[in-house]
Design a protein around this ligand. Structure first.
Ligand code: C2O
Ligand code: CU
Length: 442
């Protein structure tokens, strides 16, 4: 197995556990380790007593079932479109899968029509929290719930980057997946409006995997316990310290894994999700009142301990500029405001071209007046600096990054996954309004 520091470009999912690039490119044959069938339907679902919404479901619910695998598993998903009228696909958000199974209708495959099916096969290369969603008319299909979580457990020999004390807690921690999704005025967790109660004994720990499937930023904070931010967008944070009274700002499409411990007296811990829903952890039946968002926000730029990036940003082969702006134009055939990438609007945005193995730097800046959660498919990027301030904490690897008005981020990644990849705003209506670029391998 190629170690991250051993010359293989890696995106930082830690060294020893990462599979070598040549093993990934080679097609895995034989029976899958994980095989699931996911069936998409248009149907009404009840998200609260007496509250029904028009949804797109996966196997009868939204979110659909969590796809679970262990790092290194060959995963095979048979996707069936039973009744989504416009066709649908599955995109594996945050998973660096081969391009052919990236699930982007019109780029890597055609939408799966009514009554049709499509098989996705890939190796779950990295442990972490991810999600799947349709990438056909995404702004509508994601809003209606055609989505679910993916949880990849670490390989048995994976190093514990969080440190031995955390590893000990995690061994017995209750693992909770909190897919957060807004239906109209209702914020749901795991498909139900309001709070999700999870039994955790007094003194017990929980790992809460929060997945933001909405178009806006989700602030997450913890009441009743200190917490650690274990992972961002599926990548473990190095030596995450305990913090209190800080909100984690989860951009659209992003994931955060939090480690919390229920106090010895059994007082429940609330993991607040934007203030209108929560994961409530504690002995059965215990309740706690909602709380207000703390003033401070955790800054991943300085959180955790530095560690090798596995790439040398000073020796970049390419340097791209991705400047987000706004201008009047035509949207759906009518005059309106368009978002721009370097002054152009999709599909008129030139491709960013790379060669396999390139170290790529990108300067992402935003002068458009609004925040944009930028998402690159098929790769993770590491944040080098924000507004000229260098990153000083744990390597901050992301697939979804909030670039707010006036901000400039310098990021880097290794071009180690050939294909044509979208690099777009995950406030999905913005993508429909032109905020889309592509990365293409020559
Ligand atoms: Cu989560 Cu291009 O999407
Ligand atoms: Cu945007």
């Amino acid at each position: 197995l190629g170690a991250g520091g051993g010359g293989h470009p890696g995106h930082g999912h830690d060294g020893g556990a990462r599979l070598a690039v040549d093993q990934l490119v080679e097609e895995r044959t034989g029976p899958p380790d994980v095989a699931v069938t996911l069936v998409a339907r248009a149907e009404r679902v009840e998200i609260a007593p007496g509250v029904e919404v028009d949804a797109y479901t996966v196997n009868g619910s939204t979110p659909g079932p969590t796809v679970r695998a262990t790092q290194g598993d060959l995963v095979e998903v048979t996707f069936v479109n039973e009744s989504v009228p416009d066709g649908a696909t599955l995109h594996w958000h945050g998973m660096d899968v081969p391009n052919a199974v990236d699930g982007v209708a019109g780029v890597t495959q055609d939408a799966v029509g009514l009554g049709e099916e499509f098989t996705y096969r890939f190796v779950a290369e990295d442990a972490g929290t991810y999600w799947y969603h349709s990438h056909q008319v995404s702004h509508e299909q994601v809003r209606r719930g055609l989505l679910g979580a993916v949880v990849v457990g670490p390989a048995p020999d994976a190093p514990a980057v969080a440190g031995p004390d955390v590893a000990g807690l995690l061994e017995h921690a209750v693992d909770v997946t909190a897919v957060v999704h807004q239906f109209g005025p209702h914020r749901t967790v795991a498909g139900v409006a309001g709070d999700l109660a999870v039994d955790v004994p007094a003194g017990g720990a929980a790992r809460v995997r929060v997945v933001n499937t909405d178009d806006g930023t989700l602030p997450v904070w913890v009441t009743g316990s200190a917490f650690r931010l274990l992972a961002i967008d599926g990548t473990d944070v190095h030596a995450p310290p305990e913090v209190r009274e800080q909100a984690v700002s989860l951009t659209a499409g992003a994931r955060a894994d939090l480690l919390v411990t229920v106090p010895d007296d059994g007082t429940p811990v609330r993991v607040e999700l934007g203030g209108s829903a929560a994961v409530v952890l504690g002995p059965a039946g215990a309740t706690a009142e909602p709380t207000r968002r703390p003033e401070a926000t955790l800054d991943p730029l300085t959180y955790g301990e530095p560690a090798p990036l596995g790439l040398d940003p000073a020796a970049a082969d390419r340097h791209f500029t991705y400047t987000i702006g706004r201008r009047p134009g035509f949207v759906d055939g009518r005059p309106g405001m368009q978002w721009t990438v370097n002054g152009r609007t999709f599909p008129d945005v030139p491709m960013f071209t790379v060669r396999e193995g390139d170290v790529v730097r990108m300067t992402l800046s935003n002068a458009s007046g609004e925040a944009h959660p930028m998402h690159l498919h098929g790769h993770h990027v590491v944040v080098l600096e924000r507004d000229g301030v260098p990153a000083s904490g744990s390597p901050w690897w992301v697939d979804s990054l909030d670039v707010r008005q006036g901000e400039t981020y310098e990021v880097a990644f290794v071009a180690d996954n050939p294909g044509v990849w979208m690099d777009h705003c995950h406030n999905l209506p913005h993508a429909a309004e032109g905020l889309v670029a592509h990365l293409m391998y020559e």
